[in-house]
Design a protein around this ligand. Structure first.
Ligand code: FE
Length: 348
């Protein structure tokens, strides 16, 4: 049984200290609230949720979870207090979909604000921010035209030059699932095997640790999510991360063919939701211009809604061509991707 680091009591936001259960499921407008389980961190969510409460009068009770959301929702079943979940990566969202923990919703606001590529066709979940999974390449040791595609990472001249976090991490499983969806199973497996053969060391650490390894000369290239580059560049608490960031170029792969793989953070209404209308209102708010701007500024992500201004650091990476495979299609290839990673012994 998983242990949960967060408790409702310690992390509740707003004045409500207990859930209001009303007879017959009726909701008193005075007591409108929404209960949120979030993998997204309080520093990012608190300003957004405060703005929502100010705007709507709806109280938000957020439980921040570092892990165990799936297990917790499964264990709570119909009695779960959660109305809404916020999580990142299609992989985490798909685990909830496959466990039948989300319910379909419809909203013309969300259909307008969130491009179809980044939401479930039946409204089981909606993307709220996007991030590209890019290549970080050492500024001197990697020549300008040497690495321009994901496929280049699997080529013989990259032998011993690639660093990676665990192949089984949700970000990498989604990348491989995307490759299966976009380029076919055989091409994806050859790629996974080629990258494995080129690894400089056993997969370890997080996205930022790979850039650190490039900086330290253990390898020349790594794969990572764009916002980590922003977090390193702007890191005043650990200024050495600015040096890691400064040692690499951020390359958007596959600009001449498919485009770069883009993933999301997103939200979905739980099957057990007692405050469904308030939950939808909160997702709608998060997809709107004001909230999208805060997301973009505070976490170096891309807004999902068109026309919202980027953080200057993010804008500095330039425009890029994103692959257009629908995220729910990528989600469907995750199991296949996981098996493939075992077959090529990626983590061994
Ligand atoms: Fe992340």
């Amino acid at each position: 049984m998983a242990e949960f680091k967060a408790t409702f009591a310690s992390l509740i936001i707003g004045a409500t200290s207990a859930l209001t259960v009303l007879a017959g499921g009726a909701i008193d407008a005075q007591a409108a609230e929404v209960n949120l389980y979030s993998y997204r961190q309080p520093f990012l969510m608190n300003p957004l949720l405060d703005a929502f409460t100010k705007d709507s009068g709806i109280t938000v009770n957020m439980v921040y979870l570092e892990s165990g959301m799936l297990e917790r929702l499964k264990a709570e079943g119909d009695n779960s207090p959660a109305d809404l979940v916020l999580t990142s990566d299609i992989g985490n969202i798909y685990n909830l979909v496959e466990a039948n923990l989300l319910q379909p919703t419809r909203s013309s606001v969300l259909e307008r604000n969130v491009p179809a590529q980044f939401r479930h066709p039946d409204g089981l979940w909606y993307g709220l921010t996007t991030r590209a999974r890019v290549i970080f390449a050492h500024k001197e040791r990697v020549k300008p035209a040497e690495v321009t595609t994901y496929e280049d990472l699997a080529k013989p001249y990259m032998k011993g030059r690639v660093c990676s976090r665990s192949g089984k991490h949700v970000y990498n499983v989604s990348l491989l699932a995307w490759m299966i969806a976009a380029k076919g199973e055989a091409a994806a497996e050859a790629w996974a095997k080629g990258v494995k053969d080129n690894l400089a060391r056993k997969p370890q650490g997080n996205d930022r640790a790979q850039v650190k390894a490039v900086y330290q000369g253990e390898c020349d290239v790594a794969i990572g999510n764009t916002y980590y580059m922003g977090k390193m560049m702007a890191n005043e608490k650990e200024p050495e991360q600015q040096d890691w960031a400064a040692s690499v170029n951020l390359i958007f792969p596959n600009q001449k063919d498919s485009g770069t793989h883009v993933n999301i953070s997103g939200a979905g209404v739980t099957k057990s939701a007692r405050n469904k209308d308030s939950a939808i209102k909160l997702i709608e708010f998060l997809s709107g211009d004001a909230a999208q701007k805060i997301y973009a500024e505070d976490n170096f992500e891309y807004p999902v809604k068109a026309g919202v201004k980027l953080h200057p650091i993010v804008a500095g990476w330039g425009e890029f061509k994103a692959d257009e495979t629908f995220l729910f299609k990528i989600g469907e290839h995750r199991t296949q991707a996981t098996r493939m990673l075992d077959r090529v012994h990626f983590n061994d």
